[in-house]
Design a protein around this ligand. Structure first.
Ligand code: PEP
Ligand code: MN
Length: 342
């Protein structure tokens, strides 16, 4: 028993009664108010609910049906919710609707002036979300690690100037408070996709989370990580494909575009694609960005830098503003061709 479908016009009192009953069995619930139906998602180890107990819930007032979900992820599953989740990032930006969102900006926030300049450029080109890392997960401890809170302040200043909501990475729960103070969307990076304690932390806050796919994670493992976040109450999760490890070395990673239609079948969560980390070379970013839109992505994340040769991280995969602006024009046409808009 994983989902309880309620009859239309079920009274609040009846819903409370059902929730109490679940609680008495050690289960938690997530109530999802749809346009036609209210659904209760049951959270916890539902395998312990006996057939008799399930039958008793089936006959409670207000209950129309009780459904078992066979997949190990439940709240993230399309069986639980048919309609793609629309996530409100603030400042008028919604991810998961007809409009495809474009998140753009530098890999790292490097200093105030370059951040302000690139923010203006991506805004001008039509991006609607600003990205920039202040806490950077670098392979080498000797590489630039990010500016920390100072970087977040520059991002916030750029948001004020451009009106674009900001997304930035949270690497460690010790930084959650400061990230909450500044970010509109919290990014969980590839290297932390299975940092389960961190996932539970962001599951407890009221802020959208972008969950990047682990370097070698299967789609099922990735959805289980989304489930970790959602199980704590935060349903505002989007999934970001950013390339996986394969034997191929011509590109930094192998961008798994087939993950887009697979996820569209399996989950109601919005799908974001990051072609920059997927390919690792700036001149391969545009074709993969276009392919991602054609394949049904709800948003893209693209690294843009005004002076890529001088970038403190990921310069080789960053687009210059003029290339980014050209790509935006091309993406608009592709979006139109697949019934979306940018
Ligand atoms: C990034 O977005 O700059 C980043 C570090 O991404 P990933 O976690 O996908 O490597
Ligand atoms: Mn990067």
């Amino acid at each position: 028993m994983d989902i309880i479908v309620l009859q239309p016009d079920t009274a609040d009192e009846e819903i409370r009664h059902i929730l109490k009953k679940l609680e008495s069995k050690g289960l938690k619930a997530h109530v999802s108010q749809g346009t036609e139906r209210t659904i209760i998602g049951v959270i916890g180890d539902t395998s312990k609910v006996t057939e008799e107990e399930e039958a008793a819930i089936r006959v409670m007032a207000g209950v129309e049906n009780v459904v078992r979900i066979l997949k190990p992820y439940k709240l993230a599953s399309r069986d639980f919710k048919k309609q793609t989740t629309a996530i409100d990032a603030g400042l008028g930006v919604v991810i998961g609707g007809k409009k495809i969102s474009i998140m753009a900006g530098p890999c790292s926030v490097e200093n105030r002036s370059s951040m302000m300049l690139v923010a203006e450029k991506v805004k001008e080109a039509g991006a609607n979300i600003l990205r920039g890392g202040a806490f950077k997960p670098r392979t080498s401890p000797y590489s630039f690690q990010g500016l920390g809170e100072e970087g977040l302040q520059y991002l916030a200043e750029a948001r004020k100037k451009t009106g674009l909501p900001i997304i930035t990475e949270l690497m460690d729960s010790r930084d959650l408070d400061v990230i909450m103070k500044y970010a509109d969307i919290i990014q969980i990076g590839t290297r932390n996709m299975q940092n389960f304690r961190l996932l539970l932390e962001v599951g407890s806050v009221n802020k959208p989370v972008l969950l990047k796919r682990g370097l070698s994670a299967t789609i099922k493992e990735w959805l289980m990580s989304a489930e970790y976040i959602m199980s704590r109450g935060n349903q505002q999760v989007m999934l970001c494909e950013r390339g996986i490890r394969t034997f191929e070395t011509a590109t930094r990673n192998t961008l798994d575009l087939s993950a887009i239609p697979v996820l569209k079948q399996l989950t109601h969560l919005p799908v974001v694609v990051d072609p920059s980390h997927g390919v690792g070379k700036w001149d391969l970013v545009a074709p993969m960005a276009k392919a991602a839109v054609a394949a049904g992505a709800d948003a893209l994340m693209i690294e843009v830098h005004c002076n890529p040769e001088e970038a403190l991280s990921d310069g080789e995969q960053s687009l210059r503003p003029d290339h980014f602006a050209k790509l935006m024009q091309e993406l608009k046409l592709i979006a139109l061709a697949v019934g979306r808009e940018i």
